[in-house]
Design a protein around this ligand. Structure first.
Ligand SMILES: CC(C)(COP(=O)(O)OP(=O)(O)OC[C@H]1O[C@@H](n2cnc3c(N)ncnc32)[C@H](O)[C@@H]1OP(=O)(O)O)[C@@H](O)C(=O)NCCC(=O)NCCS
Length: 442
């Protein structure tokens, strides 16, 4: 299967038969919705907005959204007895995108978004039917992984998802922080938003595989970040800068807004909308630029990794308040394919006994991690007991949580969520030295 944010075969793949049947017995219709049909798309989008307790979408927004999300597979659940029967009572969208694994490779993954159930139809098992259905459909076409970002942390564990990359939000007292980091020789320049939109995709492509957890960013996301959507609101507040290194190559981009403070002109607040850097120099130069802006008291940035060099580039670490939150959720669908796609921190031999309440990825697997960081993973029979292997018994949630190296298997063992005969060995092998992160929401 090729990995790409456009996949016509996935868009039109039939919905899962078991979920369709389960919903049919409740008098509901579960089906895909075509982007090509404007009325159907508009109804689906209005239902999604309503599901998120948001207002009605106008024609302009519908048309822009339709253009920018044409790569997505849309599914809906319809209630033929409802007064407006062609507007779905539940929605879900998905597409195929690569997620970066430890070691610099990417793995095709089913990105899921726009999960809503109308308040009139909640708590009847409709979301469960759609999520189980989409996961089975993704597994049926050979996708090894599914992923999402969430509105509430409690929703998706029951389907095998787990937080695999946390995000850090920073609030920095700029004047107090005091820059002690490098002062690279390149230059920082303002650029128009359109230029940011032009440069960001290639720079992200250049860097994303180095960061476990980052995904291929769909084109429309760049328009939202750069404020270049036709229907963008407040885009004029966005400022964009680039860092150009001494060879003349653009190696970093930052987009930010400034909220003035009429009571005290020296206390404006900067919100970093997006920061994308391909080199340490670009990282240092752009952070220094942001922290040293005149008239600015506070700089906020979110969707950072949990281990940012920035902390070591300011003199007063207490000038920064850092809060962590679950962010990138993963759900392994194919254990051998997923585990062979990543690299490992140390060699080792493990028998993984994996449970999965949806029956998609459970089984016993032998993982042999070599000195070069690669691993082979094979399914083993129930009666096979390799004596030299460390035993790890865990649910697909915990395996997914540990996939990017964001949490150690030893920590999960101490939390009572993993049973193992050697927690230290498991932690060493499944650990990774680059903290996972995801710089967008989807
Ligand atoms: C979240 C939402 C999709 C759930 O839809 P639903 O059809 O009511 O969910 P279901 O009836 O299928 O419930 C499935 C399970 O999730 C649980 N659940 C549902 N909503 C929950 C919530 N907000 N918090 C915790 N558990 C929840 C149910 O108790 C049920 O548990 P079980 O099957 O393990 O016993 C729906 O409430 C919604 O649209 N919320 C607003 C939009 C939103 O936040 N969407 C998620 C975007 S990431």
């Amino acid at each position: 299967m090729t990995s790409s944010v456009t996949s016509p075969a996935w868009q039109t793949a039939p919905v899962d038969a078991a979920s369709r049947q389960a919903l049919t017995t409740r008098g509901l219709e579960y089906r895909t919705v075509s982007h090509g049909d404007l009325a159907a798309y508009a109804g689906w989008l209005q239902a999604t907005a309503r599901g998120f307790q948001d207002g009605e979408r106008n024609d302009d927004h519908i048309s822009v959204n339709r253009e920018l999300t044409a790569y997505r597979r849309l599914t809906g659940v319809f209630d033929p007895a409802a007064p407006v029967a062609d507007t779905p009572v539940a929605t879900l969208a998905s597409w195929i995108a690569e997620v970066s694994a430890p070691g610099g490779r990417g793995i095709p993954s089913c990105a899921i978004t726009s999960v809503t159930v109308a308040p009139t139809h909640r708590r009847r098992g409709i979301a469960r039917a759609m999520l189980e259905g989409e996961l089975r459909a993704a597994s049926a076409v050979g996708l090894p992984m599914a992923m999402l970002t969430v509105s509430e942390s409690t929703l998706y564990g029951r389907y095998g998802f787990a937080p695999a990359a946390a995000s850090a939000s920073w609030t920095i007292e700029a004047k107090r922080a005091s820059w002690v980091g490098p002062r690279p020789d390149g230059r920082v320049d303002f650029i128009p938003r359109a230029r940011l939109r032009e440069l960001a995709p290639a720079l992200h492509e250049r860097t994303r595989r180095a960061w476990p957890g980052e995904i291929e960013v769909p084109a429309g996301h760049w328009d939202t970040i750069a404020g270049t959507r036709r229907d963008a609101k407040d885009a004029d507040k966005l400022r964009a800068v680039q860092y150009t290194d001494t060879q003349g190559e653009v190696a970093g981009l930052a987009a930010y807004t400034v909220e003035g403070n009429d009571d005290d002109f020296t206390k404006a607040a900067v919100a970093v909308v997006y920061l994308l850097t391909a080199t340490d120099d670009a990282y240092a130069a752009l952070w220094r630029f942001l922290l040293e802006l005149d008239l600015v008291a506070t700089v906020r940035a979110s969707e950072q990794s949990v281990d940012e060099p920035l902390l070591w580039m300011i003199d007063d670490q207490r000038a920064a308040k850092v809060t962590l939150r679950d962010h990138q959720y993963l759900r392994i669908l194919d254990v051998p394919a997923s585990l062979e796609a990543r690299s490992y921190g140390a060699p080792g031999r493990f028998v993984l006994e994996v449970t999965d309440s949806l029956g998609i990825a459970d089984g016993r697997f032998l993982l042999d991690a070599a000195v070069d960081g690669t691993a082979t993973v094979t399914r083993v029979a129930d009666d096979e007991r390799p004596t030299d292997a460390v035993k790890v018994a865990l649910d697909i949630r915990e395996l997914s949580a540990a996939y990017l190296g964001g949490v150690s298997l030893a920590t999960l063992a101490r939390a009572g969520r993993v049973q193992t005969t050697d927690a230290d060995a498991a932690a060493r092998t499944f650990g990774w030295h680059v903290p996972p992160r995801l710089s967008i929401w989807y």
